[in-house]
Ligand binder design. Structure first.
Ligand code: DGL
Length: 274
């Protein structure tokens, strides 16, 4: 058995770092490995089959590194691959390990933020088309109306460091206006893509007062803390040396140059050839 048994955190690229940052604030004692599949990002417009295949390959790699628990810190992967991995692959790969996503923990609590009972979901095309948010929110809060808006340009803008440019204003405003016009009375907008917190300032600038914008990082971190408390069998297997290791399937220098914007501090990644 490997000595280090880190918690794995996965995203198609950089977005999962916004979640990892919050997890580290709450649970700094554990070891973590982050993997960004930058070479194949973005996942947002890819088919179910492709997102499943890529995500499964990454989960297998995390298990080989000794991770007892992997968090898919990517809504697109959570929407398109998580259920299949849990139902079809976990038993074969390692039935004692666990893979968790970001959609369930978010939908469990999202109802607490709305008074109008109208929520808007901003996400990638893949997440929107999967219907996962609509289905999950209906389970926990059947009286809430969910309106979705796919923002397919937002991730490429962010990944190319153009999110603060004047050109980004057009695309941010366009999708915000569209979702607000679709359903009057929305009082909560959920950033259901882990890249989107980087657009938070711009989003706030173009939104009318009275609409709350919710990012997932803190919600997912709270949920992980709770999960570990309720699952001592998994928690006891997570090693605690405070180590953080970062991998990217693309160029590490490039990753390091971009990653600090998402993570809030400098980091040094290694290359992983998948
Ligand atoms: N960060 C991912 C998410 O939360 C999506 C980015 C992508 O399209 O690859 O959905």
């Amino acid at each position: 058995m490997p000595i280090s048994q880190p918690i794995g955190i996965f995203d198609s690229g950089y977005g999962g770092l916004t979640v990892m940052k919050e997890i580290l604030q709450q649970l700094p004692q554990y070891d973590y490995i982050y993997l960004g599949d930058n070479a194949r990002a973005p996942y947002g417009n890819r088919s179910f089959e492709t997102v499943y295949r890529y995500t499964l390959q990454c989960v297998e790699w995390f298990f080989e590194q000794g991770c007892p628990l992997v968090i898919l810190a990517c809504n697109t992967a959570s929407a398109k691959a998580l259920r299949s991995i849990q139902q079809n692959d976990l038993q074969r790969l390692n039935p004692d390990n666990r893979v968790l996503g970001v959609i369930r923990p978010t939908t469990e609590v999202i109802g607490q933020y709305t008074t109008s009972k109208k929520i808007g979901i901003l996400a990638t095309r893949g997440t929107v088309n999967s219907g996962s948010y609509t289905i999950e929110i209906e389970k926990f809060y059947p009286d809430i109306t969910v309106t979705q808006e796919a923002c397919p340009i937002w991730v490429p803008l962010i990944e190319n460091n153009e999110h603060n440019s004047p050109g980004a204003d057009y695309f941010v405003q366009k999708h915000l206006e569209h979702i607000i016009q679709q359903e009057a009375g929305i009082d909560v907008l959920l950033l259901a893509c882990t890249h989107y917190p980087l657009l938070l300032d711009k989003i706030r600038k173009f939104l009318p007062d009275g609409i709350k914008v919710i990012s997932q990082g803190e919600i997912v971190a709270n949920s992980l803390a709770d999960y570990l408390q309720r699952h001592p069998g998994i928690e006891n297997r997570c090693s605690r040396s405070g180590e953080r290791t970062f991998y990217t399937t693309d160029d590490p220098e490039d990753f390091d140059a971009h990653a600090s914007i998402f993570f809030g501090e400098a980091l040094h990644s290694k290359h992983l050839n998948l």
